[in-house]
Design a protein around this ligand. Structure first.
Ligand code: SF4
Length: 364
């Protein structure tokens, strides 16, 4: 059985990434089979519960208020709207609902209370609930845990060095601090990144060093291929080559052997054969639904047809960890602290974002 190591070096990871493809596939598939059922794939549905108008400057994101994109902003959904979507996702074979809000960080108050209600509601549908709400304090993570949250997503996006090229409004350490806050609860950690943002292979390896040296390693890791959206600073990036995606998935599987590796954004650009090779290389989770927050995704029927032709089965909820207990709001041990945590705001100094500004695409 392959051991979980927390001392991977960039050189070791680069050696894996650059192996001849057949060796890499074989090595990754072997580890995959030791740790997981290779014919089971976890299906998550990503739901944008609050869209657009974000104060951050993530260079890939059409929801940043400063970029002119076609994304229409929406206020926070109601609990009933979310429940209806969760039921539809369950019927479509999803075991997990991941709720995303375009926030820099969670603020205590009525909107967060509403999200906590959503978490309780979906947990009671016997589905795994995940949230991706930006940076959270330890107290907020505890309140989410009490509501019955199964996972919290907070991506590292890239290596620490390349992160600065893409995002300037918060630092890498802020990301790590949020992951650390989640880790202090019994909520599982979902953290991964994006390839195709102009980073080099060393950056991809650097991100895997950062993820693999977390102890424990994240329970799930999304690997996204950039969907270049018009109006964002990364709009001109070329689509990721399928071989790069397969190499990234296989390398992730080897350095994070127990983690669920999720094919996330960019699946519409991949053939079924390409996705099948990713599953062989160790991917064992997908995002389902016709949209991933704001970018396109294959429709659920297409995915289920692909599962059938590959003999894959959707994973049942709570296969990896028992269902969290939901504590009702009135019984909560954790109150809103109304903290104003000091997340960093490094100086804005990104060439790409300056270029967007020059194009008149920046809104003040
Ligand atoms: S990725 Fe999240 S934090 Fe960054 S701009 Fe988009 S919504 Fe905001």
């Amino acid at each position: 059985m392959s051991e979980v190591r927390h001392n991977w070096t960039k050189e070791e990871i680069l050696e894996i990434y650059n192996r001849p493809m057949m060796d890499l596939l074989y090595d990754a598939a072997k580890i995959h089979r030791e740790q997981h059922d290779p014919n089971v794939v976890q299906v998550s549905t990503l739901l944008s519960i609050k869209t657009g108008g974000c104060s951050e400057d993530c260079g890939y994101c059409p929801q940043a208020a400063r970029y002119h994109t076609d994304v229409e902003g929406n206020d926070l959904m109601t609990v009933n709207q979310v429940k209806a979507q969760a039921l539809r996702a369950k019927e479509g074979g999803s075991s997990r609902v991941c709720m995303g809000a375009a926030w820099r960080n969670v603020k205590d108050g009525p909107e967060f209370d509403q999200v906590l209600d959503m978490v309780r509601t979906i947990n009671k549908l016997d589905m795994e609930v995940c949230c991706t709400l930006g940076m959270v304090t330890e107290n907020q993570a505890q309140r989410l845990a009490e509501a019955g949250l199964y996972a919290y997503n907070h991506n590292l996006d890239s290596s620490e060095e390349y992160y600065k090229e893409v995002i300037s409004t918060r630092g890498y350490q802020d990301r790590l601090d949020t992951i650390d806050n989640v880790r202090k609860t019994n909520v599982t950690v979902c953290s991964g990144g994006i390839i195709g943002m102009g980073e080099n292979i060393e950056d991809r390896a650097g991100m895997l060093v950062a993820l693999s040296t977390l102890n424990p390693q994240p329970e799930s890791t999304p690997i996204n291929a950039l969907v270049a959206v018009e109006g964002t600073p990364l709009e001109d990036q070329k689509p990721v080559e399928i071989w790069d995606m397969i190499r990234m998935v296989a390398t992730t599987r080897i350095v994070l052997p127990e983690t669920q590796v999720r094919l996330s954004a960019g699946r519409t650009q991949m053939s079924r054969e390409g996705q099948a090779m990713c599953f062989f290389a160790g991917a064992n989770s997908i995002f389902a639904g016709d949209k991933l927050l704001t970018t396109p995704n294959p429709d659920v029927d297409e995915d289920m047809k692909m599962f059938k032709s590959l003999g894959l089965n959707p994973q049942k909820p709570f296969t990896k960890k028992v269902q969290p207990q939901t504590v009702e709001a009135k019984d909560s041990q954790f109150e809103a602290l109304g903290e104003k945590p000091k997340w960093t705001r490094p100086e804005h100094k990104i060439d790409r974002n300056e270029a967007a500004k020059a194009k008149g695409k920046l809104v003040k």
